[in-house]
Design a protein around this ligand. Structure first.
Ligand code: ADP
Ligand code: MG
Length: 402
């Protein structure tokens, strides 16, 4: 890690032992892990990435109080989004008995915090069970802040959102970067400072709605933009093509159309898949066929990019000096529809440029393909890493400035 990358930010390494020992450290982690159908953790990368900071704090005798979110419970308690599986995995990885509260604010939580011994760890319940988190409500932030003496920000993957648990608490507590935040800043900062051309971005994933801002912002900034995943069908629909039963966000067809217009006048080469794998059902054993994008049969759904497209995308990636990838090309969780995603992972592994992959599901896909160690940097952030690479200052990082 270069020290220069984190100059200008306060980090926990600036604190000496006496500033941590016995102190209540309110630590924001990104523990938003992909879950399997049984509600268990299907990829624990983000939990693993939080361990170095946790160890650092525990070893120095801090009383660690973790804030984290899972999914989108929209301000109410959703039983399947409790952090209990995360508590278990954290306990295993730390070889410690990590405690857990059933809420993240209130009298009972404060009592549990007060009972912590030096070096103990308490995980607070999903902060998004309260509406105040995503709204960055100052009262909610103040309540959260009552659980700590200082705030450590290590949730790089959530740092692009100005929420109470990522930004608001810093109004009430001194804020420091954790070790993962430093690692992300160093790796991604190097690319922002001197991106080597050609620069290729690959964006996939389920929805247009979560990626459209990033897509627009990348126009003009990268040499090639490769688009895959479920969002493709909203673009095809915008062009008046038949998409069968594929995933479409009807309320995003207009923004998709504007993006396509904008793309025409951009120096960025925007590439969509030319062929697709369609299936008669959302099932690994479904009947599949490979079709051109203008020949999707009624009654089928597109679940992966086709082999021609995978090959074309792979060739662009292999010739790149900087490659940034967020969002799988298909439903990679089902092996039948993982080929397009795997082809991207393999092309990145074969590319000797600066390769960066980010996003919960994308990282899970790269792990599944066994290629994570062949990437230059595996980022815990999806949206966060892309916004950072666009040159934006993320609100959850701005609070760390000296
Ligand atoms: P990340 O977590 O890496 O940012 P996203 O959450 O945006 O990625 O998207 C990942 C999800 O997109 C996966 O669960 C995958 O199954 C889904 N997906 C990809 N292609 C399709 C498709 N054609 N139809 C439906 N879902 C898709
Ligand atoms: Mg995801």
């Amino acid at each position: 890690m270069t020290v220069a990358a984190t100059v200008g930010y306060r980090t926990i390494r600036d604190l000496n032992q006496s500033e941590l020992a016995g102190k209540r450290v309110l630590l924001r982690l990104d523990l938003n892990t992909p879950l399997n159908e049984a509600g268990g953790i299907s990829d624990d990368s983000r939990i693993q990435q939080g361990i170095p900071t946790l160890r650092y704090l525990v070893d120095r005798g801090a009383k660690v109080v973790i804030m984290a979110h899972m999914g989108r419970p929209s301000g109410k308690v959703v039983e399947s989004l409790r952090l209990t599986p995360v508590q278990d995995r954290l306990s295993e990885l730390l070889a410690l008995n990590v405690k857990k509260a059933n809420d993240c604010i209130g009298e009972q939580v404060r009592a549990m915090v007060a009972e912590l011994a030096d070096g103990e760890v308490l995980l607070l319940e999903n902060v998004r069970f309260h509406k105040g988190d995503t709204k960055n409500d100052p009262d909610f932030a103040r309540e959260l802040a009552r659980n700590g003496d200082l705030f450590v920000q290590d949730a790089f993957g959530a740092a692009h959102r100005a929420h109470a648990s990522t930004v608001g608490v810093a109004t009430y507590l001194p804020a420091y970067a954790g070790l993962l935040m430093e690692k992300e800043l160093a790796a991604l900062g190097a690319v922002v400072d001197a991106p080597e051309a050609p620069v290729v971005a690959i964006i996939g994933g389920a929805k247009v709605s979560t990626k459209i801002a990033v897509l627009s912002n990348l126009l003009g900034k990268v040499d090639a933009l490769l688009i895959g995943g479920g969002m493709v069908f909203t673009f095809l629909k915008a062009e008046g093509l038949e998409v069968g039963n594929s995933l479409v966000e009807v309320d995003k067809i207009d923004v998709a159309r504007s993006f396509l217009d904008e793309a025409k006048n951009s120096k960025t080469k925007v590439m969509f898949p030319k062929d697709l794998v369609v299936a008669d059902a959302f099932d690994n054993d479904a009947k599949t066929q490979i079709v051109g994008i203008d020949a999707i049969p009624v009654g089928t759904m597109g679940l992966d990019i086709g082999p021609k497209s995978a090959h074309e995308f792979a060739n662009v990636i292999k010739g790149a000096r900087t490659v940034v990838w967020n969002g799988p090309m298909g439903v990679f969780e089902l092996p039948t529809f993982a080929k397009g995603t795997n082809a991207i992972a393999e092309a990145m592994a074969a590319c000797d440029g600066n390769t960066i992959v980010g996003g919960g599901d994308s990282v899970a896909a790269v792990n599944q393909a066994g290629l994570a160690d062949q990437m230059r940097h595996v980022s815990t952030g999806g949206g966060a890493s892309l916004e950072f690479l666009e040159g934006k200052e993320l609100p959850g990082i701005a609070i760390l400035r000296t």
